[in-house]
Design a binder for this molecule. Structure first.
Ligand SMILES: Cc1ncc(COP(=O)(O)O)c(C=O)c1O
Length: 483
């Protein structure tokens, strides 16, 4: 990730209306804590009014909620939402002018800034509404033949593993599971590389791996995997939903055929902003899921890749156009900009993990180099033992919300009754909040009925995939699917 030295703003956008910002901040807060020593910028301090800490007041989050789940859906600062409102006002003031004349230049600016942020090639970068769409798009663009193998991991995101299953059903390719350990050993990155390469055979055509895993919040060694798979002639698709804005990115150097990433999680853009990044040698084969005018456009001033992806039918794509505003708004909150944000969030995630591990009397489940802006901590076995769909909160997660107003995911992993709690660390979070969670979770656990005495079975969806060969297993077999 490169933090641009000079900021380029969107062309001709009227200034953010001050009244709107004030409205967004008109909430009293409980966010008092550890930020005092942080180098918040004057801009961040300026929005820190009405009892809210800097920079929590830059967000519109409900201050009565202990919001420890930035990872699932992100949260967008008020300033960026105001830019989006302005863009929408422009759209509705003259839809023809906006769609036919303003949209494309704005999109080009957004794409350039995003490419700069992720160290990528703007010619291989296309906006999509979310990584699920991105991963589906990329998987469906690969010419799989019957018997080809697609490797997925046991920590993979359920929706994207499902996309691989769907492609396998349509093409006769086979989904193979690589079982990654949990908890991770001291040399977790090597264990991950070994497990993935152990699942690779001469028939493997593509490996799908998360840059940061969803249920277990692990930063996986994608650089090492990229080089090892390249040597074996196997394509790598990185599901980087959590990576942009959490990890320094240099997609040119990573040089993988396919990458999908989010802008609305850790970059804090409005919802609906995500991207795919495709290496030049794979670009011709990659087509959007939706066919529109680009397919037979006579235009010669833009690549087919751009013409097809930039217009897939009428939509409100203002979230994409706000990506430059999100990059700048976030960078403006902390002295040191994005590198300082990454460092601060990671330090907070590690501190949060210490707080929880101490309260729950468990060891850290992975080495610190596998932690980014989120941390997962194993919990005692779930006495309810229930298999549930990835979008259904567990009883403990529901209790934390209903009795303590804490938003935090408690997924079953790798399979019920084993479970964990995953916390996020964004600029607006304070260490006090993790202490509040530790206290609440200890209290809820002590009120639970005695759990299953046996250790949980280690089987996972990916394990079942390996045993069963051809895809088609239940998506609910594990819970690697929570956002
Ligand atoms: C690793 C991973 N991949 C993909 C996604 C999908 O994101 P979306 O639902 O926005 O498409 C998520 C969402 O949290 C994720 O964590």
């Amino acid at each position: 990730m490169r933090t641009p030295s000079t900021k380029r703003s969107l062309p001709a956008i009227s200034p953010v209306p001050g009244a709107m910002l004030l409205e967004c901040r008109a909430v009293a807060g409980r966010f008092t804590g550890d930020e005092g020593a942080k180098p918040w910028t004057a801009r961040a301090r300026a929005v820190s009014n009405r009892g809210m800490s800097a920079p929590a007041a830059a967000w519109t989050l409900d201050p009565s909620v202990v919001f420890l789940n930035h990872g699932s859906f992100g949260a967008c600062p008020a300033e960026v939402l105001a830019v989006q409102a302005d863009l929408r006002a422009r759209l509705e003031a003259n839809p023809m002018d906006f769609m036919l004349r303003q949209y494309e230049p704005l999109l080009d600016v957004a794409r350039e800034r995003l490419a700069e942020f992720v160290g990528g090639d703007p010619d291989g970068l296309a906006f999509v509404p979310n990584p699920t769409t991105g991963v589906n798009t990329l998987l469906r663009s690969v010419a799989f033949a019957p018997g080809d193998e697609i490797v997925v991991t046991s920590h993979g995101y359920n929706a994207c593993t499902n996309a691989a299953r769907a492609v396998s059903e349509a093409t006769g390719a086979v989904v193979v599971g690589a079982e990654l350990p949990w908890p991770m050993p001291a040399d977790g990155p090597t264990a991950v590389v070994d497990a993935v390469l152990g699942a690779v055979t001469p028939r493997t055509k593509l490996v799908l791996v998360d840059h940061v895993t969803s249920p277990t919040a692990l930063v996986l060694p994608v650089e090492r995997l990229a080089r090892a798979l390249e040597e074996r002639g196997v394509d790598l698709l990185v599901d980087g939903a959590h990576a942009p804005g959490m990890l320094p990115l240099d997609l040119r150097a990573l040089d993988v055929p396919y990458y999908a990433g989010h802008c609305h999680k850790w970059m804090c853009a409005p919802k609906g902003a995500a991207f795919i990044h495709v290496r030049a040698d794979r670009r011709d084969a990659v087509r959007p899921l939706v066919v529109s005018h680009g397919r037979n456009s006579p235009r010669t001033d833009r690549s087919r890749f751009r013409l097809e992806f930039d217009w897939t039918g009428t939509a409100d794509n203002t979230a994409w156009l706000c990506v430059p505003a999100a990059i700048d708004a976030m960078a403006g909150l902390v002295d040191g900009g994005w590198p300082a944000i990454l460092e601060s969030n990671r330090a907070k995630a590690l501190a949060a993990r210490n707080i929880l591990c101490a309260a729950l009397r468990v060891d850290e489940p992975c080495p610190p180099e596998m932690v980014g802006s989120m941390a997962a901590v194993p919990l005692p076995l779930d006495p309810t033992d229930g298999a549930r769909s990835p979008l259904e909160p567990s009883p403990l997660q529901a209790a934390l919300w209903e009795r303590h107003r804490i938003e935090v995911p408690v997924p079953s992993f790798p399979a019920p009754p084993r479970r964990l709690v995953r916390v996020s660390a964004q600029l607006y979070n304070t260490l006090d909040q993790y202490h509040v969670l530790a206290e609440a979770i200890t209290r809820e656990l002590s009120a639970e009925p005695a759990g299953p005495a046996r250790d949980a079975p280690g089987s996972t969806a990916a394990g079942a995939e390996r045993a069963g060969g051809r895809a088609g297993g239940s998506p609910d077999a594990d819970d690697g699917g929570r956002p």
